[in-house]
Write a protein that binds this ligand. Structure first.
Ligand code: XBP
Ligand code: MG
Length: 251
């Protein structure tokens, strides 16, 4: 029976549905600007999400022959332009938070639970989302922003979760992760952290066998929108609240 002291949040797909209309569009803008013919359509991008990290995703597309060969420096430059386009899209306020995210964040913050970010995304892309979709006050409310190349191996490796917990001085048994994808859930599991999954259009068919709760969204109290897809703890869960996360850790 462990106490819930810390919640680590994934970003893309979990805080907000950033992939299809944010990252994907920004990659295509960078490709066009660089004179490349390649465009990632919605389905192709869904397949490419199996590769975490934007630079790694471009490298993968090159290696399978769908983009012209280029050295790492060019990939990094292309990705840097993509990040700038992504920041502009986010600054336009195009991508709202997913349902229930702000509610649960505020509930946990008010209860003095330590909050952190654990993501594959580039730090400046994360900063844009916090500033424009969450609100600047959250820069101080998250006790750690663990992001991008800060660790050598991206999700599904556990490194980013290990890094975040080390920075915070919290143990895995007192921590819960919120994720949206199989790679994210595997990363949390490999770090020994229990995990709640909110699926989205890109991740609904992923295998989350063993996850502690899988729902379609965190939900709001006055809607009936949450489908519970996996519920090993048999929680009464109309919308996901702090008490549900605490119950998962209490086991
Ligand atoms: C998702 C990712 C990222 C984004 C793109 O991260 O794999 O690579 O798709 O961001 P998470 P970058 O779900 O862990 O937040 O281009 O900045 O890598
Ligand atoms: Mg994610």
């Amino acid at each position: 029976m462990a106490e819930l002291k810390c919640i680590l949040w994934d970003v893309d797909g979990t805080l907000a549905d950033t992939e299809r209309d944010g990252h994907r569009v920004a990659f295509n803008m960078a490709f066009e600007e660089a004179g490349l013919e390649r465009r990632w359509d919605i389905d192709t991008y869904g397949e490419l999400l199996a590769v975490t990290g934007g630079k790694e995703r471009i490298r993968f597309d090159i290696d399978r022959g769908d983009m012209p060969e280029m050295p790492y420096e060019d990939i990094a430059a292309l990705h840097a332009r993509k990040t700038i386009h992504y920041q502009s899209l986010i600054a336009e306020g195009r991508i709202p938070l997913r349902p229930g995210v702000r509610r649960l964040l505020e509930e946990a913050y008010d209860a003095d639970i330590t909050l952190g970010i654990s993501t594959t995304t580039t730090p400046s892309a994360l900063d844009a989302l916090i500033e424009h979709s969450l609100g600047k006050e959250w820069f101080d409310r998250f006790a750690v922003l663990a992001a991008g190349d800060i660790v050598p191996a991206k999700k599904p490796a556990p490194d980013i979760y290990h890094y975040a917990m080390e920075q915070l001085g919290v143990a895995a048994e007192n921590t819960l992760a919120l994720e949206d994808s199989a790679n994210g859930w595997k990363s949390a599991r490999a770090a020994g952290i229990k995990c709640v999954v909110t699926v989205n259009g890109y991740t609904r068919e992923h295998d989350f066998n063993g996850a502690d709760l899988v729902v379609t969204e965190l939900g709001e109290p006055d809607t009936d929108a949450v489908d519970v897809l996996q519920n090993p703890h048999e929680l009464e869960c109309h919308h996901v609240q702090l008490k549900h996360l605490q119950a998962i850790l209490h086991g």
